[in-house]
Design a binder for this molecule. Structure first.
Ligand SMILES: [Zn+2]
Length: 222
């Protein structure tokens, strides 16, 4: 955990250079550390400076969100925290980055994949892993029939195989940085799709970038 100023600098560097973190998550993680330190060092909570908040207990998850969005009311701060934590909850997500092709094949050239526009599509599980992929079909009747058959067979095979659930493939970045006693409860609160279990370790961390120490000359004003 971050206890010294050197630790803090190191932490900020790691967070800022981690390509897996979305911008909102970066700020939130840094705010979490800052809020925790302030509460530990000074016994300070943002709540103490807020006159109309009553005697609610400090809570780092809410208070870190509050630190970043001071204008929010308490419910708004909770919602903000929930949104950010939920977005980082470990879970499986289907890859939607590629367009869904038609499953049909063409007569000329024989067997070549159909390139026509897909008008129906559906998700089909891998019977061994449970991972989903999208299949589709254009409006051609034979291609639609092929799509429907693949859809039906895919789900039948998956059920026959004991309905395996796909392993988590996204989220869980905060878990790599912080120790916390109850991630399960927190993530489940923030996202109903949370599923316990490890997420794959991200690709090797990016090499540290050296800061430019000399600023380029500005063009002369004309
Ligand atoms: Zn087609």
């Amino acid at each position: 955990m971050v206890t010294t100023v050197e630790d803090l600098g190191e932490f900020v560097a790691r967070v800022m250079e981690d390509p897996n973190l979305k911008p909102g998550l970066r700020e939130y993680m840094i705010a979490l550390v800052h809020e925790t330190r302030m509460q530990e060092i000074q016994g300070r909570s943002r709540l103490r400076t807020k006159q109309d908040i009553g005697h609610r207990k400090a809570d780092i998850w809410r208070d870190a969100a509050w630190l970043l969005h001071p204008d929010l009311d308490e419910q708004g701060a909770w919602l903000r925290a929930k949104h950010i934590v939920g977005d980082d909850s470990p879970r499986y997500e289907m890859d939607h980055s590629r367009p869904t092709p038609c499953v049909g094949t063409m007569i000329r050239p024989a067997g070549a994949p159909c390139k026509r526009r897909v008008t129906i599509s559906s998700a089909v599980p891998n019977p061994m892993t449970g991972e989903r992929r999208m299949i589709g079909a254009c409006s051609e009747a034979r291609h639609r029939a092929a799509h429907n058959a693949q859809h039906k067979d895919g789900w039948a095979a998956w059920r026959l195989n004991g309905e395996p659930q796909p392993a988590n493939n996204t989220g869980g970045h905060m878990r790599r940085y912080f120790s916390y006693k109850n991630w399960d409860e927190l993530y489940a609160w923030a996202n109903y799709r949370y599923s316990p279990g490890e997420t794959p370790k991200p690709a090797p961390e990016r090499a540290r970038l050296a800061l430019v120490t000399q600023l380029p000359k500005r063009p002369k004003e004309s």
